[in-house]
Design a protein around this ligand. Structure first.
Ligand code: ADP
Length: 259
């Protein structure tokens, strides 16, 4: 992270932001947002000035995961001041909605909202901005990939064929749009029963590592299915904050280093 990324014509840098990394997945519910948040916290723990942008406009999870309260402040010139949470700067459309309010927008509205969240936010000086993408491949992805040069994307999948098939599609889209693939994370990789210590490969095993090899991209690591990840996340205290010395936090930190 020593240099800013040069931007080719047609793309404009986000003022103050040196590097942008996106986190994507083929399917929803595989732990993409959980990975994005903990990856961002791991970068911050390494001393990088880090932000997180929730680009999952139709299913924003960042406010819940980081325990963000209320709306972001808006300056007189209409620029947002991002929330601060555990050393991160965070922006999410979810902070502007009531709890059960849906975003009901066609593509162009969503892409213009993404542009606003990205560019009309006072990020200050950031070494890295982590973007939590929506699942799959759609308008928001195209809009983001066309307007900024990403340093790369991390893909999250469970080991299950169904999730991996869609993860490969997300990879295909990114390759076609010239996005560098930083690697694949296998989440919900296995489950160790706390009472017996027995391991269960609930969604199969090793699938993401094999898929990464097939796709010629790095395999960044595996995160097990652990009750405390779900509990801590639901409580707005991600594992890196709630249990910074625990095995899950270590696994996320290793992934951050591999990125
Ligand atoms: P996505 O962004 O892919 O839709 P989320 O990160 O929102 O997925 O995760 C979906 C749910 O699964 C959340 O409730 C989250 O706390 C839980 N979860 C994610 N990863 C794990 C894990 N490794 N172990 C236990 N629960 C997890």
């Amino acid at each position: 992270f020593s240099h800013g990324t040069p931007q080719p014509p047609g793309k404009t840098p986000v003022p103050g932001v040196r590097h942008i990394i996106a986190v994507g997945s083929g399917k929803g519910g595989v732990g993409k947002s959980t990975t994005a948040v903990n990856l961002a916290l791991a970068f911050a723990a390494e001393g990088l000035r880090t932000g997180i942008l929730d680009a999952d406009l139709y299913g924003p999870s960042i406010p819940k995961l980081l325990g963000l309260e209320g709306r972001p402040a808006i300056r007189e010139d209409g620029i947002f001041t991002p929330h601060g949470a555990y050393g991160l700067k965070a922006m999410s459309i979810g902070s502007m909605l009531t709890k059960d309010q849906a975003v009901v927008w066609r593509g162009p509205m969503a892409t213009s909202a993404l542009r606003q969240l990205l560019r009309e936010t006072d990020w200050g000086e950031l070494d890295v901005l982590v973007v939590d993408l929506p699942p799959g491949t759609g308008d928001i992805h195209i809009s983001l990939f066309q307007q900024v040069t990403l340093d790369g994307a991390v893909i999250v999948s469970t080991p299950q064929d169904l999730a991996l098939i869609d993860a490969k599609k997300a990879v295909d889209m990114m390759q076609r749009m010239g996005v560098r693939l930083l690697g694949l994370v296998e989440n919900m990789s296995y489950f160790i029963a706390p009472d017996t210590g027995r391991r269960y490969d609930i969604f199969g095993t090793g699938g993401a590592e094999r898929a990464a090899a097939e796709l010629g991209m790095p395999f960044l690591g595996a995160i097990p299915l652990v009750m405390s990840i779900r509990e801590d996340s639901d409580a707005g205290r991600p594992p890196l904050v709630a249990e910074p010395d625990g095995p899950e936090a270590k696994a996320f930190r290793q992934i951050a280093r591999a990125v």
